[in-house]
Design a protein around this ligand. Sequence first.
Ligand code: PEP
Length: 239
Amino acid sequence: MRRKLAAGNWKMHGLAADLAQAEALARDLPAPAVDVLLCPPATLICRMAKALARTPFAIGAQDCHPAAQGAHTGDVSAAMLADAGASHVILGHSERRADHGEDSALVAAKATAAHGAGLVAIICVGETEAQRDAGQTLAVVREQLRDSLPDGASAENTVVAYEPVWAIGTGRTPTDAQIAEVHDTLRAALPDAGIRLLYGGSVKPSNAAEIFAIANVDGALVGGASLKAADFGAIIAAL
Ligand code: PEP
């Protein structure tokens, strides 16, 4: 039985003042029956890890460099993130694939680095709207998964998130049947039956319970709604 996971991706949002939101959520939330993770911008990882140290919340990052150290101005290594208090790192988010030209081979190299530093890699895959319209969804996510998963991926060190690009931040979501079809496909391709498979893309309190009821959905990667303590709390409660 895979334990459910609610992961919040703050993206490039959040200043020190916003830590109060996370602290209030951790304080007011009844002990969650699921794993909860918050991924703030890198600047807040250290402070958030300290602020939430005695809560059930884990802290994650949103990217790492594949190298352990070196002349990579502006980048952060997996070991540095672990040192700052992170236990997870999101990799291959479609915004990084699009904004920074990241391909699946680079995502796999980053995941290897994350594993080497003791971090759990949350590997994102998902089709664009054009790919869905062209009937390529299953082929695209299968290929992304195959090429992004590093050797040694297991339930202990890897989570996969299916995030249709067209559903991110748009308020649009696939039908339950479309989510089920992709999750069933990914599940069949995963090397370890214990690897958790999250859905991400416009999850909010009003649709969370329905999405979580779909077979092979082991939780959610939540963007916008994770920025509001009340909304993220409601999503956690729906899991
Ligand atoms: C995301 O960016 O990972 C995401 C799922 O965003 P949103 O929930 O805002 O669609």
